[in-house]
Design a protein around this ligand. Structure first.
Ligand code: C2E
Ligand code: MG
Ligand code: MG
Length: 721
């Protein structure tokens, strides 16, 4: 930026002197005296001297308004004084007095800068008159000079402000051609004055803003309202550069006003339109920042996909349009299966990479006009606007399932991600965004419940199931507060010893309306909602208390089996919660056996093994429940520190008169033997099964043949029998 142009800028010019000083230089004291008398006024100060030298030294101070100088002074001539005055730029007005009335003398004096010439002795009145008018003229001139200086100063200041303005400032004529532009046009847009003066404004307006600008300009012709804060894109003459919007545009905020001639409306005519002038401020950076913020507010950081806000917005828009045109809109809810395992096992950065990979795959599966969004976590949604047929959505669903079969490579490892997909269609499954999303979500849950890795359309029955689920969840919360749970015990028999060696604690829910509920009806929900924690604690506490009573009553070797959900092994404190119950009831630790299903393997194996090991170190026993139905592998039997396996009842059920042998049961008996694990058969209902299992080498059994799960009092009777 240039320096400020007016260093000594003052708002008021120098004040006029109040007193006029007049110098009389004349050899004759009498002449001096009479002139003094003649010219004396209240606003004048008169000084007299008799020589040229004196006169020069007095004038040298520069504060005399006027000097009456005799041409013939004894030492320095009047003409020399005049020359000195001119050489030294002294501003005093000089009048020459002379007895010499030659025309030449007068001419010479005037040439040398005297304003007037008076003859001595002459007419004194004339002298007085000439002095008065010379002083008056001098005053006028001075005032004029001051005004002139002020105008110039002001001009310079305004020019400076306009030229150095950070904003574009311009004026257009009535045709829209540039009359004036400030320097900013060149520094911001690259257009010099010559480029634009006389040319139409449209040469600096971007294509996208031409229509708008035409409107703004035309409005000025008819209307005196000022245009304020119109956002316009201006074209630049520059190539790509960091400051350029989209590399070629500047976004400016424009304020413009019309210029009109004299208002002749009184004569029935409107004021003539002369043109416009205005200011445009560069807001490119703000604009870019705004757009970045805007993008962040509506997109997901990790995948750069639209986020749930933007998705909902687009969905609402699509519904409105579909409503008008009678179309369908599809909403897909995509949830990755077992993503948590990846995150827990391999770490969050691998999890993030996998999510990015999945996002890319999903993007490949959708069409150009569809919106793929990340709802958060491992959930994605897809908007299919303008569906002509509901089945079109299943094409995309199938494609996603198919595409996800290709494993992802993350940090040198292969990951396989499958997804559960729920689909809801407008208007069939809902008439608003929330409902469609919820129903797609419900459908997705059905896929999860039904074995995952597939897609499914929402149906009304699902909704009923969903409502039931919600109600059950509320009931479950209440049940926890009101302690509506009780424990039934099912004996575990040793056939060889002919007696009960253990009891399995099985939870029951005494529902106020539905009566006694079995765990199959609520454990899954408790696991999903996290309510399982309270249930585990209740069961552990009640069952351990009961076992302590039985121990005290003489059944000192009785074992107690308690089922613990795999989910519990995600928690850091599961070991402490179990051990503290054993300690609280002073039970020998090996009297307690924790039953875990093989699903525990779907979790972070290292962490689970660690916890199992801690339990074992404290003496607590561990059994694998429903063995043979899940992800059984010999490998994990080797790695997991377990004591026993429970042969699942489905294998036992298969044993009957016609199937006297079962390769699976044989194998499992062999495995238990080989790994030195205790084996217990579940669901033994018939004598035949008991006998057969015994022959196959299984000693411990549990099932209706011996007893159903029963309340504690009845279990006590069985023990005492
Ligand atoms: P589970 O641990 O395998 O328990 C055995 C299930 O088989 C019990 O069902 C039991 O009543 C049933 N059963 C026992 N003998 C026979 C038989 O001879 N024939 C037939 N058909 N069934 C028999 P229940 O009590 O309904 O429990 C179901 C599952 O709920 C249990 O399977 C267990 O996995 C889970 N569960 C029970 N209590 C709890 C608990 O306190 N916490 C957790 N997390 N899960 C529990
Ligand atoms: Mg069990
Ligand atoms: Mg079982």
């Amino acid at each position: 930026m240039n320096n400020f142009p007016i260093s000594g800028f003052r708002r008021d010019a120098e004040p006029e002197p109040v007193i006029d000083r007049i110098l009389i230089a004349d050899e004759q004291p009498r002449m001096c005296a009479s002139l003094r008398t003649l010219l004396a006024r209240g606003d004048r100060e008169i000084v007299a001297c008799g020589t040229g030298t004196e006169a020069l030294s007095l004038l040298g101070r520069g504060d005399f308004a006027l000097a009456l100088v005799h041409l013939h002074l004894p030492d320095v001539s009047g003409l020399e004084i005049l020359r000195w005055i001119s050489d030294n730029r002294v501003s005093t007005t000089i009048m020459v007095v002379s007895g010499d009335d030659s025309f030449d003398a007068a001419i010479q004096a005037m040439r040398c800068g005297a304003v007037d010439f008076v003859r001595k002795p002459g007419d004194m009145r004339q002298i007085e008159h000439k002095v008065d008018s010379a002083l008056r003229r001098r005053h006028l001139e001075r005032r004029h000079a001051v005004m002139q200086a002020r105008v110039e100063q002001s001009e310079r200041l305004h020019r400076f402000l306009v030229e150095n303005s950070p904003d574009l400032i311009y004026a257009l004529d009535d045709k829209g051609c540039f009359l004036f532009v400030n320097n900013r046009f060149e520094s911001l847009l690259g257009f010099s004055r010559d480029d634009v003066l006389g040319r139409h404004y449209s040469i600096v307006v971007d294509e996208s803003a031409q229509e708008l600008m035409r409107h703004v300009f035309d409005e000025r012709r008819s209307d005196k309202r000022a245009t304020a804060n119109v956002e316009v894109r201006l074209r630049t003459r520059y190539g790509p550069g960091p400051r350029r919007y989209e590399n070629r545009c500047v976004v400016a905020m424009l304020s413009a006003v019309g210029i009109y001639g004299e208002d002749t409306r009184a004569g029935g005519q409107a004021a003539p339109f002369l043109g416009t002038y205005g200011v445009a401020r560069d807001i490119t950076e703000r604009k870019v920042a705004e757009e970045t913020i805007n993008f962040q507010a509506f997109h997901d950081h990790l995948t750069q996909l639209p986020n749930r806000r933007l998705f909902k917005d687009r969905l609402e828009l699509a519904i409105t349009q579909a409503y008008r045109q009678g179309n369908m809109v599809g909403v897909m809810f995509v949830d990755l299966d077992r993503f948590k395992v990846v995150n827990d096992t391999y770490g969050h950065s691998e999890g993030d990479e996998l999510l990015k990979g999945v996002a890319a795959t999903l993007r490949r599966c959708v069409r150009a006009g569809d919106t793929l969004a990340r709802q958060g976590g491992d959930e994605f949604t897809i908007l299919l606007p303008d569906l002509s047929h509901a089945d079109d959505a299943s094409v995309i669903g199938a494609k996603i399932v198919e595409e996800l079969k290709t494993p992802f490579r993350v940090s040198g490892q292969e990951f396989r991600a499958t997804a559960s997909i729920g689909i809801a269609v407008f208007p069939r499954d809902g008439d608003n965004a929330d409902l469609l999303l919820r129903n797609a979500d419900i459908a997705m849950y059905q896929v999860k419940a039904g074995g995952k890795n597939a897609y499914r359309f929402f149906s009304a029955e699902m909704n009923a199931a969903y409502r039931d689920r919600l109600r059950l969840e509320n009931d479950l919360r209440r049940a926890i507060q009101r302690c509506e749970f009780e424990i039934h015990f099912q004996p575990q028999y040793s056939v060889a010893r002919g007696r009960i060696v253990g009891m399995e604690a099985l939870v029951r829910w005494q529902h106020p309306e539905h009566g006694l509920l079995h765990p199959d009806g609520f454990i899954d929900l408790a696991e999903e909602t996290g309510l399982i924690r309270s249930i585990t604690d209740t069961v552990l506490a009640q069952a351990c208390a009961q076992l302590a009573q039985w121990h005290a009553a003489g059944h000192a070797e009785l074992r107690l089996a308690v089922n613990v959900s795999p989910q519990e092994f995600d928690r850091g404190d599961v070991v402490d919660r179990i051990v503290s119950q054993v300690n609280h009831h002073r039970l020998p630790a090996d009297a307690l056996e924790i039953e875990i299903t093989e699903n525990v393997l779907l979790r972070d194996a290292t962490a689970v093994i660690e916890k199992m090991r801690h339990l074992r170190e404290r003496g607590v026993r561990i059994a694998i429940d429903d063995f043979g139905t899940g992800y059984s592998s010999l490998n994990y039997l080797r790695r997991f520190p377990i004591n026993s396996i429970k042969l699942d009842q489905s294998f036992v059920r298969d044993l009957d008169e016609r199937h006297r042998t079962s390769p699976i049961v044989n194998a499992i008996v062999g495995i238990a033997d080989g790994f030195d694990l205790k084996l217990l058969a579940e669901g033994v209902e018939t004598d035949f099964q008991r006998q057969l299992l015994q022959e196959l080498g299984c000693d411990e059994m549990q099932g209706y043949l011996f007893s159903q799960p029963v309340p504690a009092a009845e279990a006590a009777r069985l023990l005492d029998a």
